[in-house]
Design a protein around this ligand. Structure first.
Ligand code: ZN
Ligand code: ZN
Length: 141
């Protein structure tokens, strides 16, 4: 069953078919800045699961100083909402920022694998449960 989402001002709207592959919670300092929060929560899909009913989001390209590879941050140029990311490292996937989903209790998110990455730079007060998958940096090199 499809689920929908988009930005605060509703200029960007998308529809997703099928369930996500996983959820990645990233505590890197770049995600802290780009989200204005303590970590980024990215719901990961195959690119072909996501259809935009609006114009596609604007893109800001960031090159990682660690890997030298690019990450594209997708956002609404009107209201500034984060929509998600695409990565040079894994070109088949696109992530959606969890907060942009319309359904806060989307059943597909329950029980899904949650992977915490870059926990080395997590804010001191970010509590990460002991029983979740976690990595000091990327989960893959
Ligand atoms: Zn917007
Ligand atoms: Zn990050």
């Amino acid at each position: 069953m499809a689920t929908n989402g988009g930005c605060v001002c509703r200029k960007i709207r998308y529809s997703i078919s099928g369930g996500p592959l996983r959820v990645t919670i990233c505590h890197c300092s770049w995600c802290q800045r780009r989200t204005g929060s303590a970590f980024g929560v990215e719901v990961v899909f195959e690119k072909n699961q996501i259809q935009f009913q609006s114009d596609p989001p604007s893109v800001y390209r960031h090159t990682s100083d660690l890997s030298g590879r690019w990450l594209d941050q997708h956002f609404c140029s009107t209201c500034g909402s984060n929509i998600g990311l695409t990565l040079e490292a894994v070109s088949s996937i696109q992530s959606i920022s969890v907060g942009s989903l319309d359904d806060q209790n989307w059943p597909e998110l329950a029980g899904l694998e949650r992977r915490h990455v870059f926990v080395r730079s997590a804010r001191q007060w970010s509590e990460i449960p002991n029983d979740v998958e976690q990595y000091e940096e990327h989960f893959r090199k």
